[in-house]
Design a protein around this ligand. Structure first.
Ligand code: 1HN
Length: 349
């Protein structure tokens, strides 16, 4: 132990140097350079059965147009007031009602939409609309105009809820956020629905296209396709002891991630799966598409049902178990960690 007199000398010294905007590294070295990640973010789950009514209630409190985006932020209990799920990722549940339009804008933050409930709403990106169905994964690339809409009740519109995933905390940290509103409520539609999928969605692409954009030219990855791939692989005998059958979504033009800052995944776990333990330095947000099970995250047990959202912070040991066949969508900051060469993964035998 340090003698009292020395402690006082040091405290006086720290006050003195603070006037010169100096601080002693030796007091914070262990926190600044931890032996391993020590996340403030906690493993946590949002039960859809508990939040669904609250999301729907927002629908009668404020219009999509007034709200700009009618979203309930999912805030990690370990990061209060930060509007963050993890230090790099944001998550929210967005509601759009029949007949509504969420006005067009653009920002440097990349966004993904994962459709949770309802169908028939559309999102427009780069002059093309895509129709939303449950389980679809949709991209809004950085700095692209985007607006969302839902056909009126008379045309069969129904409330649609999706999970928004954005790299908001990362861009905030980097002070790299820009945003602007489109002069009209909606951007003009310039290409028919399905145009980008026809160009890039069939293991082919336009013959003379040169790809310079890091974000995928496909902006909707329909659930039907992803589900069929997982199903076929499982029937062919594919089953990893940790992940079950897990695929990552790709940018078809590069083979890389769909977006520079977020990786996305879809996995299938059979009934009574008892996954082995793993951990990774990417922080992952999961959305349950089908089935029931449990994620054991360190000391925390997360029981999940369809449409629940849960988060696994960096380097937390996790095991997945199931009561039924399960399909999980997830997104993480893996491309960022990989680009910085600090992606670590440990799969325990
Ligand atoms: C945004 O533009 C959307 O376009 C959703 O749907 C959530 C959260 C923060 C900032 C922009 C959207 C957002 C957002």
């Amino acid at each position: 132990m340090i003698p009292e007199s020395q402690r006082e000398d040091r405290a006086t010294y720290y006050e003195k140097i603070a006037f010169e905007r100096l601080a002693p590294l030796w007091e914070s070295l262990h926190n600044l350079v931890p032996r391993q990640p020590n996340p403030q973010a906690q493993a946590a789950i949002w039960k859809y059965a508990q939040v669904r009514d609250l999301v729907m209630q927002a629908g009668s409190l404020i219009s999509a147009e007034e709200a700009v985006r009618r979203v309930l932020i999912l805030e990690n209990p370990g990061l209060p007031g930060k509007s963050s799920m993890t230090p790099s990722l944001y998550a929210g549940l967005q509601l759009i009602l029949p007949g509504e339009i969420a006005p067009s804008h653009r920002h440097t933050q990349s966004a993904l939409r994962f459709i949770v409930e309802g169908q028939g709403a559309w999102t427009a990106v780069n002059g093309e609309r895509t129709t939303m169905r449950p389980g679809d994964f949709i991209i809004t690339p950085s700095w692209t105009w985007h607006d969302h809409g839902n056909p009126p009740l008379e045309e069969g519109g129904e409330p649609v809820v999706w999970l928004d995933g954005l790299d908001i905390p990362l861009l905030l940290h980097l002070d790299a956020g820009f945003a602007e509103n489109y002069p009209e409520v909606m951007q003009p539609v310039k290409r028919p629905e399905g145009d980008s999928f026809a160009r890039f969605g069939h293991n082919m692409m336009p013959v003379r296209d040169v790809i310079s954009d890091p974000t995928s030219p496909i902006f909707s990855y329909p659930y039907e396709r992803s589900r069929e791939a997982l199903d076929t692989l499982y029937r062919n005998g594919e089953l990893d002891d940790w992940d079950g059958v897990k695929l990552r979504y790709v940018n078809p033009a590069t083979g890389g991630w769909p977006m520079p800052t977020m990786g996305t995944f879809m996995q299938f776990l059979p009934k009574d799966f008892k996954g082995k333990e793993y951990r990774s330095t990417d922080s992952t947000v999961y959305c349950v598409v089908e089935g029931r099970g449990t994620a054991y995250v360190g000391e925390t047990t997360l029981r999940f049902d369809p449409h629940d959202v849960f988060v696994i912070p960096s380097w937390q040991p996790v095991r997945l178990e199931t009561d039924s066949e399960v399909v999980l969508f997830s997104y993480s900051d893996r491309p960022v960690l990989a680009a910085l060469n600090v992606l670590r993964e440990e799969r325990r035998g």
